[in-house]
Design a protein around this ligand. Structure first.
Ligand code: NAD
Length: 446
């Protein structure tokens, strides 16, 4: 069966599945459209002088999805798949993520369509400068604040900061971008924050009894797809917490050792060869094979649309923790729920990145630098609280399902029946409820 892998369509499907579980449906439909559609979509053409002297044109996007709860917040990615629908979906997920973990930000995202692996660091820097200059007043510390994402890092954020600061002399520009290097207004704990949040979420989900038979990370087997900022740090932190990382992968392939990988050897191999493939004593895997191994917890930490109708039947993990944004499609979600495979959704599991970005922004506004244990302690509390809220909400909507189903059928008589609610639907329902309340409190201007 074919499935629609357009990310904006996927975001819509997820939104529609949660909408019936929002309290106070009265007047909801008009507000729902407002909460779903992006506030602003900007497309820019970027001429960049390449190292060979030729000018190459790139296309960039920045979507400000919502400012209902605060200024837009979201990363910038460099990737060949970047297009308007992808950036719109990623921006919407940021809105729902920030609402879920109760930080005073809306959602945004940006991207440039390019092959980052083919760019020299100088070309990447020129591209970043041109992108930030082209966005001009569309970003800023109180309107829309960028951060790192796929194939961008703290060096890219240093360039974003420098470019923005050149365009706004005489101001405190540090809060205009997060994920900066530590000595340039960055925060302790930001580099590993996404992965740290993934580990805190997984650990606490097990502690609160989310997976009968698994009460903690000690001895739990983990497979991770992707070995960049999110995947590499997650491997290290899961290992430090007592779990056994049995497989990791990147674009070139994967490696598997059922007894647990020697992570120091994997990191050294990745740094010296550019890939995790080929570490001695490990079984080689094709890039997507990592998703189908026997393990307790699977952590997709690469890109979107990795677990689809095509391979969902072969997933053997009992728990999926979405470090990446959008790695599991709505159709695969339904199949996993039917097989009682639990899933911690992206807007919950990978929220650690934006939570510590928020802490960085607060520190920058106050010209302060917090201690690492302070940042990590605050992150742990926020992740634990969000996990508890989502687990509780999921149980509540499952219990009250009949009442909700009737409300849904009455509101949308021609729509197909709702799939059984899962943790994603529960997380969305909390976020949308908070956004719904904020729009009600603020009113619709004018
Ligand atoms: P990154 O560029 O640092 O690393 C990406 C990794 O994924 C690399 O190891 C790359 O080889 C691998 N990869 C890419 N395509 C792949 C494929 N088709 N198959 C297997 N591996 C593949 O990026 P990142 O910052 O780690 O982001 C990874 C995911 O996490 C993205 O979905 C991103 O949106 C999400 N995320 C990142 C952050 C953050 O703070 N960096 C925060 C929240 C969510």
């Amino acid at each position: 069966m074919d499935e629609n892998l357009n990310l904006w369509h996927i975001a819509r499907t997820q939104f529609e599945r949660a909408a019936p579980f929002i309290d106070d449906l009265h007047g909801w439909r008009g507000i729902a459209e407002w909460l779903f559609e992006p506030e602003r979509t900007v497309r820019v053409t970027l001429p960049v002088v390449m190292d060979d002297g030729y000018v190459h044109l790139f296309t960039g996007y920045r979507v400000l999805h919502s400012q209902v709860l605060g200024p837009g917040k979201g990363g910038i990615r460099f990737h060949p798949n970047v297009d308007e629908d992808e950036v719109k979906a990623l921006a919407a997920w940021m809105t729902w993520k920030c609402a879920l973990v109760e930080i005073p930000f809306g959602g945004a995202k940006g991207g440039v369509q390019c092959d980052p692996t083919a760019l020299s660091s100088e070309e990447k820097q020129r591209l970043t400068r041109r992108f930030i200059a082209a966005l001009n007043h569309d970003i800023g510390p109180h309107t829309d604040i960028p951060a790192p994402d796929l194939y961008t890092d703290e060096a890219t954020m240093a360039t974003v900061y420098d470019t923005y600061a050149m365009m706004h002399p005489g101001e405190n520009n540090l809060p205009a971008v997060t994920g900066k290097p530590l000595n340039l207004g960055g925060s302790h704990g930001r580099a590993a924050a996404t992965a740290q949040g993934v580990v805190f979420a997984t650990e606490h989900f097990l502690e609160v009894g989310g997976m009968p038979g698994l009460s903690g990370l000690a001895g739990t087997t983990i497979a991770i797809q992707g070995f960049g900022n999110a995947g590499r740090n997650a491997a290290r932190l899961f290992h430090d917490a007592g779990a056994k990382v049995v497989a990791v992968s990147d674009t070139k392939g994967g490696i598997y050792d059922p007894h647990g990988l020697d992570l120091a050897a994997v990191v050294e191999h990745k740094d010296s060869t550019g890939s995790v493939s080929g570490v001695s004593g490990t079984k080689p895997l094709a890039p997507k094979e990592v998703l189908e191994l026997p393990c307790n917890v699977l952590v997709p930490a690469a890109i979107e649309n990795q677990i689809t109708l095509e391979n969902v039947d072969r997933v053997q993990a009992r728990l999926i923790v979405e470090a990446a944004n959008g790695p599991v499609t709505p159709a695969a979600d339904v199949q996993l729920a039917a097989r009682k495979v639990a899933l911690l959704p992206d807007i919950l599991a990978n929220a650690g990145g934006v939570i510590v970005s928020y802490y960085e922004w607060v520190q920058n506004l106050q010209n302060q630098q917090w201690e690492e244990h302070d940042v990590v302690g605050r992150l742990r509390s926020k992740m634990h609280r969000a996990v508890e809220q989502v687990v509780t909400r999921c149980a509540a909507i499952r219990q009250g399902l009949n009442g909700y189903s009737e409300a849904w059928s009455a509101a949308r008589p021609t729509e197909p029946p709702l799939p059984p609610p899962n943790l994603r639907t529960a997380a969305y329902s909390i976020s949308l409820e908070r956004l719904r309340l904020a729009t009600k409190q603020r009113g619709v201007w004018p």
